[in-house]
Design a protein. Structure first.
Lengths: 489, 483
């Protein structure tokens, strides 16, 4: 009973809670038992606050949309009273004194944010190996990465050690780990969910989104979190539809699905490409119309991304200086040494690499050649998507060019790691929405019968999550990839 | 050899907003350290700035008052540098798209230092502006013996930066510029702009060059002046120092100097630094600002400016240019005068009372016009009592002093002191009849040609009326009755 409880979707759990078949306390205890049994091997959580969660469960109002549902939260989103360390040593000892707006809305809807999931330090990475504290393993193969940077969130959802989790997506950090772990990962349009309380990596790209077991769950969580927030000037004042209902009522017949030709190029794992092509055929069979579209500026995406994201990061991460909170180097002599040593000790190599890169591209004499030009190309990419979406309702492509890779396999080669995001970063640059959903399995070449999840990515126009999730739901309802579970015991 | 001086100012003005630039914290000074802070102004992870619309409106209003061009769209940028008083280690400021550009501050005679008002080099000069932009203030550091404390209450306070063109040619003009600017800011209720309270801060760039040289001399920046007279003295000191160096054949280099007010001299802070690279870029947390609605709001708050008020006072109230200038120097004083002048039949006498009696009373009490113990209406009432003969001019001074000391109305003071003259004819006639009946001898004397007896009878009437009888009227009545 207990172990099956933990494997429920949020929607199913909510139904049981409302029907009083299960109490919030029982659900939480089941989850805690599952975490106890599995997380020692998986290491998806940096910390949990079960004491708070039990208190919250005792007084939960199950009539609320997420009443009594425990939610795991990536270590980059502020939850009042809990650590918010971004998996970095530089935030040692820091606890958030306030709730992120997304958290406040989840709490108001009855959810219980109880645990901090592991991530790449400051969300910089694609394997969660850049965490300063621990390696999180892929539930499908413990020798492989869960993806990143929201690797902890993807792993705990896939391993049934969370009903759902929050991640953040700056260049694919929700969708790529969702693909590698076999769960649903939604990156909302820029401005759909408030960023207030999300520790900024790249402010013009970051979005909070859900990692869930089903599309319906993603719709449910998005509906709770979305909407204008006066504390975030970049959040948009657009109406928040009932996503869950819209997804249920959606009809795939006649939907137009675009195939961006630039996304089917060499370098994609053949099994991944085959899975995506099968998904395209599946949509055609369901009555969708398939059209070929072009995104001509795709080849610049990685370069543009690493200029804009690092430039913003170099300023965003300047505040971590040991003056007001977090790690402070001991026995420094003078201000310069204080800054130098605090940051040298506090940040990991990937974060340093990006701060240096970002500082460089903003430097006087280089600004025009890098940052300004990148912004211009970004505009062209945005226009690419606008033109493509004039011809279709959503684009389909792989989420990641490859399934989960081995721990340590790419850590020595940052550029190879950056390429893990080639299909996801354009959505962040353009501000559109995207979702990764389970779309098949690959057999690991080096490990005969080991099956690894493949993610299929759908991209939709900005603020068209209703339709995007509807199209995703239609696929999910007629396939069973999402029902498979890793054999963790 | 004659030397030419070129001065440009960068003025920082604290805006009169209730809350900070990018968060809801109160703008308040003198509270316990770090009690007016929140995640945003402390730069906590995840906190985001949101724009204070009132700060934008006040800056737009300033731009309108100074004749600037208001950009249709402006944006905010991050200025990156590390310092402990800066919570985020970047300051949100405006780089290449400031809210206001161009514009000017007109200098007027009274804005110059008193001792320089007779020898103004360029009467009616206007000092051109480069730009006005908005940014956030930093925290305040306090250095203790072995440590430094930081009070973040000031961090994030709205700060408006006004940059002049290098068009100021003397310390006196710099003084006049700051005085005239301050006056306009106070008129617009944009800031109290008190330099001593740090509400207005000023950095000076000054260079000197031989008359025969066309290019500017080395630019020396002076910081740390905390009064308008300090700016004047610092600039005067620098001119003398720089000319001295040049005359002695020692070339000047670009550097930053600190004004030491007590020692009355500048000292070297740093020579031209390895040029700071602030790595400005647009702040992705804030959307560009469209200024059309700000302009609409600011236009409704555009006050009459000092120059216009001076001209109108001369026109409407028939007072001298000088009197008008003194009255318009302080917006509150001008308002006080005008309230009274509008209600009084003779505005000129209001001006005299305000400029002479009221200003000197305020000065000796160390009070501002805002602290004047009685309202303008009381002053009008008092002047009316004199004009209608109810009290004498001499009594008026006494009444005024009492009003100033106690805040009582003129009527109340007059009544309390029994000053009101008895001018009621029928009452006076009754008194006169009484005195005539009681003093047959003096009456007979008067009728017999002894004119002096009338004074005795008048004295008796005064006595009977306890000194309140109007002497002139009493004399007339007695003469009529004894004729
Ligand atoms: Zn604040």
């Amino acid at each position: 009973m207990l172990s099956t409880l933990a494997s429920l979707t949020v929607t199913a759990l909510q139904a049981k809670l409302r029907a009083r078949e299960v109490s919030p306390r029982e659900a939480l205890d089941a989850l805690a038992a599952r975490i106890d049994a599995v997380d020692g091997r998986l290491r998806g959580y940096l910390s949990t606050d079960l004491e708070y969660a039990r208190r919250a469960a005792e007084s939960a109002d199950v009539t609320l949309p997420l009443g009594g549902v425990p939610i795991a939260v990536k270590d980059v989103v502020s939850v009042a009273g809990q650590p918010c360390g971004c998996a970095s040593k530089i935030l040692a000892g820091y606890r958030a004194p306030f709730d992120a707006t997304a958290i406040a809305r989840l709490r108001a809807a009855g959810a219980i944010p109880f645990g901090r999931t592991n991530m790449d330090e400051f969300a910089m990475g694609s394997s969660t190996e850049n965490s300063a504290f621990q390696l999180t393993r892929n539930p499908w193969d413990l020798s492989r990465v869960p993806g990143g940077s929201s690797g902890g969130s993807a792993a705990v959802v896939a391993a049934d050690t969370a009903f759902a989790a929050l991640g953040t997506d700056t260049g694919g950090s929700i969708r790529q780990p969702a693909a590698l772990c076999g769960c649903v990962g939604l990156k909302p349009s820029y401005g759909r969910v408030s960023r207030y309380g999300l520790v900024a990596f790249a402010s013009s790209l970051d979005q909070i989104g859900p990692l869930t077991k089903t599309v319906a769950d993603a719709a449910l969580l998005l509906g709770v979190m979305a909407g204008r927030d006066p504390l975030d000037s970049t959040s948009l004042d657009a109406p928040v539809p009932d996503y869950a209902a819209a997804v249920r009522d959606f009809s795939i017949k006649g939907a137009r699905i675009g195939l961006p030709k630039e996304y089917f190029v060499s370098g994609i794992d053949p099994q991944v490409e085959a899975a995506v092509r099968a998904a395209v055929a599946h949509y055609a069979k369901l009555g969708a119309e398939i059209v070929e579209v072009s995104l001509p500026h795709t080849e610049y995406a990685v370069a543009v991304y690493y200029i804009i994201a690092t430039a913003e990061a170099s300023a965003n991460l300047a505040r971590f200086d040991g003056v007001r909170y977090g790690h402070r180097a001991a026995d420094t002599n003078g201000l310069l040494e204080h800054y130098g040593r605090t940051r040298a000790e506090g940040f990991g190599p990937e974060v340093k690499r990006r701060i240096i890169l970002g500082t460089y591209v903003l430097s006087s004499g280089y600004y025009d050649a890098y940052y300004l030009r990148a912004q211009k190309v970004r505009t062209l990419m945005r226009q690419d998507f606008e033109k493509a979406f004039a011809q279709c309702d959503a684009l389909i492509c792989p989420t990641s060019p490859v399934p989960a890779f081995k721990l340590g396999e790419r850590t020595a080669d940052p550029l190879a790691m950056y390429l893990a995001d080639i299909f996801t970063i354009a959505a962040n640059l353009a501000g559109i929405c995207g979702v990764s959903l389970p779309g098949g399995f690959a057999k690991a070449a080096d490990d005969g019968d080991r099956e690894l999840p493949i993610g299929v990515q759908l991209l939709g126009p900005a603020f068209a999550e209703e339709k995007l999730l509807g199209i995703a739901h239609a696929f999910e309802q007629t396939t069973d990839w999402h029902q498979r579970r890793p054999a963790l015991g | 050899m004659r030397y030419l001086t070129t001065i440009g100012l960068e003025v920082h003005v604290q805006l009169k907003t209730r809350s900070k630039m990018f968060c809801g914290c109160a703008v308040e000074y003198g509270a316990a350290p770090n009690t007016r802070t929140c995640p945003v102004c402390l730069g906590l992870p995840g906190a985001l700035p949101t724009m204070n619309a009132e700060a934008l409106r006040l800056t737009t209003l300033t731009g309108l008052m100074l004749g600037c061009d208001i950009a249709p769209t402006c944006k905010f940028d991050r200025k990156n540098y590390f310092y402990p008083d800066m919570p985020k280690n970047y300051q949100i400021s405006q780089y290449d798209l400031p809210l206001c550009v161009n514009g000017a501050v007109p200098l007027h005679d009274l804005a110059y230092p008193k001792d320089a008002q007779k020898s103004i080099a360029h009467p009616g000069k206007q000092v051109g502006l480069v730009r006005i932009h908005l940014e956030e203030d930093v925290a305040k550091s306090f250095h203790f013996e072995n440590s430094t404390g930081i009070d973040f209450d000031r961090a994030g306070t709205p700060l408006m930066e006004i940059v002049t063109r290098p068009e100021i040619e003397s310390p006196e003009e710099a003084f006049a510029f700051l005085t005239a600017l301050r006056q306009i800011l106070v008129y617009g209720d944009v800031s109290d702009a008190d330099m001593e309270k740090g509400q207005l801060r000023c950095d000076c760039n000054i260079s000197v060059r031989p008359e025969t040289q066309t290019e500017f001399g080395a630019k020396i920046e002076i910081k740390n002046m905390n009064s308008v007279s300090g700016v004047r003295r610092a600039l005067a000191y620098e001119i003398e120092r720089q000319v001295g160096e040049l005359t002695a054949g020692r070339p000047l280099r670009q550097e930053t100097r600190r004004w030491d007010d007590a020692a009355d001299q500048t000292t070297l802070m740093r020579t031209k630094e390895s040029a700071h690279d602030y790595r400005y870029f647009p702040d992705p947390d804030l959307m560009p600002v469209h200024t059309a609605p700000l302009l609409d709001a600011a236009r409704t708050r555009l006050p009459e400016l000092p120059a216009a008020k001076r001209a109108r006072f001369v026109q409407d109230y028939a007072i001298s240019d000088y009197d008008a200038a003194v009255l318009a120097d302080d917006r509150a004083l001008a308002d006080y005068f005008e309230t009274a002048a509008k209600a009084a039949p003779k505005p000129k006498s209001v001006a005299n009372w305000v400029l002479n009696d009221l200003l000197s009373a305020l000065a000796s009490a160390g009070k501002s016009i805002g602290e004047c113990p009685f309202p303008a209406a009381s002053l009008v009432e008092m002047i009316g009592l004199i004009d209608s003969g109810k009290i004498s001019g001499k009594q008026g001074k006494e009444v005024f002093a009492e009003m100033f000391a106690t805040g009582k109305t003129a009527g109340a003071v007059v009544k309390e002191r029994g000053m009101e003259q008895l001018s009621d004819t029928s009452a006076l006639e009754a008194l006169c009849d009484q005195v005539i009946a009681a003093n047959p001898k003096p009456v007979a004397d008067y009728r017999g040609g002894n004119a002096a007896s009338l004074n005795f009878l008048k004295g008796q009437v005064m006595k009977l009326s306890k000194g309140q009888a109007n002497p002139a009227l009493t004399g007339e009545i007695l003469q009529r009755k004894l004729a």
